[in-house]
Design a protein around this ligand. Sequence first.
Ligand SMILES: C[S@@+](CC[C@H](N)C(=O)[O-])C[C@H]1O[C@@H](n2cnc3c(N)ncnc32)[C@H](O)[C@@H]1O
Length: 352
Amino acid sequence: MALDTDKLNSLLGKGVSDFGATLHAACVRIGDQLGLYKGLAEGGPQTPSELAQRTGTVERYVREWLNSQAAGGYVTYDAGSGRYSLSEEQAFCLADESSPAFLPGAFQVALAATRIVPRMIEAFRTGQGVGWHEQDPELFTGTERFFRPGYAANLVASWIPALEGIEARLKSGARVADVGCGHGASTVLMAQAYPKSTFAGFDYHEGSIATARKRADAAGLSNRVKFEVAKAKDYPGQDYTLVTFFDCLHDMGDPVGAAAHVHQSLAADGSWMIVEPFAGDAVGDNLNPIGRVFYSVSTLVCTPASLSQEVGLALGAQAGEARMRQVVTSGGFTRFRRATQTPFNLIYEARP
Ligand SMILES: C[S@@+](CC[C@H](N)C(=O)[O-])C[C@H]1O[C@@H](n2cnc3c(N)ncnc32)[C@H](O)[C@@H]1O
């Protein structure tokens, strides 16, 4: 056996970085929950003791946490003054929940997903699925916090305008169904943008629908936004102008059955917008840092979710456009195209 030392060192370096990142996820979650990043952003350069006082926490823990963050580049340390602070960029990514680059939601997802490992070890042996509703509840909130900033930045500004003629109809008043809506972040954002339209959010997960209703109430939208527990294959309503699926078609056991149901629920000139994780058609296209995130989430969450439902097609989160086209056209749609994209998402439009 002849080991290439350079290759070995490079792999070990990557391993150290990933080992640190795994532990770092837990520390990010702690800082996020306790308002440590926000406290740093609001208070400027601080000693551990000042940050602890500001956030109602204990100095010894805060000091250790700050050093973990400074070592990871998430906090800036000034050795001269012994103070810690956030640069503009660090504050933008860590302390501002409305920022399109807000990171703590992503770590909340990653950490929550790891809690399913014992079930997944068993599932790998048996082939059994694990439903979305069986995941740790932190996953539901994390997903909302992870996706919402991207939807806020893109959905109304570029994704809906990329659909053929839909924006004008939403502005003048139309009926929309948001299927697999989770906590309803996308539904609420659309309802805020199009005050003449009405929105129905559907998800099979009761807990998510209960939270979505609270979100609509808090936004003062309960008169135009209704949330109901329903599956993608049997949600109620007809003649929708727009049906949306945000990051959920690949999670479903029977996406072809879902497509057929969407087809019969749409108006003849209606549109189906499908938002999926960015992916190329070939595995080799996705072997990069973003693909790693999606394949890993897909292993722990999306694939078991689909396998837990009828049919269990298990598209996975990196299905790619060609596979999606097959699914959508098998459900009866005659037109399918990539309407737009971001580095993280593909936005498809299907028409009856
Ligand atoms: C990754 S989450 C996305 C949630 C939400 N669309 C968002 O973007 O924040 C996937 C959602 O699909 C829902 N889901 C999975 N299978 C479903 C089905 N067959 N019918 C309806 N909803 C389903 C899950 O309950 C979950 O809320």
